[in-house]
Design a protein around this ligand. Structure first.
Ligand SMILES: [Mg+2]
Length: 262
C-alpha cells in the first residue's frame, strides 16, 4: 500500500489516557524516514491543539503544532463563517469559547427576546446545568440549528473506562427539545477533503487511521479513502465484523502499520 498522507486519530489510537500505545514511536520514526506525511486530527474540542502538541512531543513523536495538528474546532469555525453566523450560544470548554469568541458574538445566558443564529456544542468537561438549560431554551423558542463540533458519545480514558462526550450531550438536548444536531468533525468528510487539498495529495493517497467505527472508519467511507481500524481502543474485532461499513484494513495497533506500508 502506497500512501502520502496519513490522518491519525489520537485517543485510543496513539495513546490511552497518558500511556503511549506500544510500538507507536517506531511507527512515527518509520513514517518520518520514508517521507510519509502524518497529521493528527481530533474530534475533541475540550482542549487547545497545543495540549495535543505537548503530549505528542513528550511522547517523543516528531511533530510541529502548525503542520501536524487539526481539530473539530477549526472545522466548526469554518462551517459557521461560511453560513454568515454571528450570534451564538455555546456549550463547551473555555478553550473552545475563546476560539469562537474571536470570530463570533457569544451570548452568555438565555434572554427571552434575544435572537441568536445557532447553538454550538463541544465536548465539555466544564459543563454546568445552566448551560444545557439555556441552550435548550434557545432551541425550544427559536428556529435555529444545533451545531456540534463532534458526535462521539463517549471518550476512552485509562483502564478501559469512558467519559461522556459531545454526542452524549447532544442526545440529552435532543430528548429535551427534539432538535437533532448537525455534526461536524469526523465522520463528516469535509475534513478529509480539506487536508488532502492542503497537502496536495489525491484521495487514493490518503489513509485514515483510528479506533472508532462510527467516526474514524465512517469518515474514510464517506470520503471514499482507505481506512485502517486499530483494535487498541474502543472497538473489538467482533465490533468491526458487526459494523455495517468495513475498514479497508484491521490491525491490533499502529505498531505494525509500517508492514502495511511496505
Ligand atoms: Mg479514538
Amino acid at each position: 500500500m502506497k500512501k502520502k498522507l496519513i490522518i491519525f486519530d489520537m485517543d485510543g489510537t496513539i495513546y490511552l489516557g497518558s500511556n503511549l500505545i506500544d510500538g507507536a514511536l517506531s511507527t512515527f520514526n518509520y513514517l518520518k524516514e520514508n517521507n510519509i506525511e502524518y497529521v493528527f486530527f481530533t474530534n475533541n474540542s475540550s482542549h487547545d491543539l497545543d495540549f495535543y502538541y505537548e503530549k505528542m512531543k513528550n511522547f517523543g513523536i516528531d511533530c510541529s503544532l502548525e503542520h501536524n495538528f487539526y481539530s473539530s474546532t477549526e472545522v466548526t469555525i469554518s462551517y459557521l463563517k461560511d453560513r454568515g453566523v454571528k450570534d451564538i450560544y455555546v456549550v463547551g470548554n473555555e478553550c473552545l469559547k475563546k476560539k469562537l469568541r474571536k470570530e463570533f458574538n457569544l451570548i452568555t445566558k438565555y434572554e427571552k427576546n434575544r435572537k441568536i443564529d445557532a447553538v454550538v456544542t463541544g465536548f465539555s468537561t466544564e459543563l454546568v446545568y445552566d448551560e444545557l438549560k439555556d441552550a435548550c431554551l434557545y432551541l425550544e423558542t427559536q428556529e435555529i440549528p444545533l451545531i456540534a463540533t463532534n458526535g462521539d458519545y463517549r471518550c476512552p480514558i485509562e483502564d478501559g473506562l469512558y467519559i461522556p462526550d459531545c454526542g452524549g450531550m447532544c442526545e440529552w438536548i435532543r430528548l429535551c427539545t427534539g432538535k437533532v444536531a448537525t455534526v461536524l468533525g469526523k465522520p463528516n468528510p469535509e475534513i478529509i477533503y480539506y487536508l488532502a487539498k492542503k497537502f496536495n495529495v489525491a484521495l487514493d493517497e490518503v489513509l485514515v487511521v483510528g479506533d472508532r467505527l462510527y467516526t474514524d472508519i465512517l469518515v474514510g467511507v464517506n470520503a471514499k479513502v482507505d481506512s485502517l481500524c486499530v483494535l487498541s481502543g474502543e472497538s473489538s474485532l467482533e465490533d468491526v465484523k458487526n459494523y455495517e461499513h468495513q475498514p479497508t484494513y484491521i490491525l491490533d495497533s499502529i505498531k505494525s502499520l509500517p508492514d502495511l506500508l511496505k
